[in-house]
Ligand binder design. Structure first.
Ligand code: UT7
Length: 341
């Protein structure tokens, strides 16, 4: 893996999270449901991944709709409305449309009419990429209230006949409101981002972009050029463990802390075995790790955002706690953030 990680200099103003929210579609698809679709078993999926069920959005429920629901919950918790928001960043690899950005639809749906809105595409690391961009924008004083959202409708981009991938993913959205931190309130302490484009082929959606437009795909597409998600699972697994361990360690060091100072670890929710490997390498306590992938599977950019909101609402995060978020995804991309709540 190349060394392209970045750490960032101090900002004029500290930035804190004022509210979190999440949204999961109603429909539950269990491992038993998948047994009826492809040659797989609840035993295989559970033992190899830890996933028991995932949520699947309705046909008429798009990424922007889920993003807006999560945003409304985060705004309500922050005690502000859409009209108070200056900046919206949606992290997604499953936008409603290639253009305009999903963030533009969200801007309208939540009535954030004065907000600048755009998307970031950094796969499962996207929410933490968005957090870092928003932290800098608010911390530098360019924007006051920022809304960051991780939202995915992966069910629309999964090949439902491919057991290697279709059992892994789910739909959902999570959001957070970032504001300047005053009077010694909580703040985001550090962030680390990294990218390795040399590994782009390991996990991608090859068709549907300008390299292979939808019109050129043909009726069925081909394995190399389909508009569905393809992944070299075993390779991705190895990179995920190494990159997340490194991003976590560097994020903690950049915050001037040690692993013992971290009260809760919220990792990307892709595979329980990946989480266990990171926890072991970091020598971290398994009880202090937040896990919800059993209920939702891998929701890419939404995963860390949903987990952060659930952990917060379940009382797993208290004022003054130090939280470590860490993610990894297609690109390859990776990221960590350390937050003092
Ligand atoms: O979010 C972005 C990052 N993504 C990830 O982090 C995912 C990383 N990768 C993984 O989590 C794991 O590699 C997987 C869960 C995708 C696969 O687990 P694995 O232990 O690496 O299995 P494998 O790919 O090596 O496959 C082992 C066997 C194969 O059969 P053979 O060749 O040994 O006969 C597969 O064909 O399991 C088979 N297999 C399945 N069997 C039943 C693969 N998928 C399934 C399935 N049900 N759904």
């Amino acid at each position: 893996m190349t060394e392209s990680g970045t750490s960032t200099p101090p900002l004029p103003h500290a930035v804190r999270i004022a509210g979190t929210g999440s949204y999961l579609p109603e429909r539950i698809m269990t491992n038993q449901d998948l047994e009826r679709l492809v040659e797989t078993s609840d035993e295989w999926i559970t033992s190899r991944t830890g996933i028991r069920e995932r949520r699947i959005a309705r046909e008429d429920e798009f990424t922007s709709h889920m993003a807006s629901e999560a945003a409304r919950a985060a705004l309500a918790q922050a005690g502000i409305t859409g009209s108070d928001i200056d900046l919206i960043i949606v992290a997604t690899i499953t936008p409603d449309t290639l253009t305009p950005a999903t963030a533009c639809y969200v801007q309208q749906q939540i009535g954030a009419l004065k907000a600048v809105a755009f998307d970031v595409s950094a796969a499962c690391s996207g929410f933490l990429y968005a957090m870092e961009l928003a932290r800098h924008s608010v911390g530098a004083g360019a924007f006051r209230n920022a809304l960051i959202i991780g939202a995915e409708k992966l069910s629309a981009f999964v090949d439902w006949s491919d057991r290697n991938t279709c059992v892994l993913f789910g739909d959902g959205a999570g959001a957070a409101v970032l504001v300047p931190s005053t009077n010694g309130g909580g703040r985001i302490l550090s962030s680390q981002l990294g990218t390795d484009g040399a590994q782009a082929e390991l996990l991608n959606i090859p068709g549907g972009g300008s390299a292979c437009p939808v019109g050129a795909l043909g009726a069925a597409g081909t394995a190399e050029k389909s508009a569905t998600l393809t992944m070299q699972g075993r390779e991705v697994f190895k990179h995920a463990v190494n990159a997340m361990r490194k991003a976590a360690a560097e994020g903690i060091a950049a915050a001037g802390l040690t692993i013992q100072d971290i009260d809760l670890l919220i990792p990307h929710q892709a595979n329980l075995r990946i989480i266990d490997a990171i926890v072991e390498r970091l020598d971290f306590s398994r009880e202090d790790v937040f896990i919800n992938l059993d209920k939702y599977g891998n929701t890419s950019a939404a995963a860390v955002a949903i987990a952060l909101d659930e952990a917060h609402r379940e009382g797993r995060i208290q004022r003054g706690d130090r939280i470590l978020l860490v993610a990894f995804g297609a690109g390859l991309t990776w990221a960590s953030a350390v937050i003092e709540w």
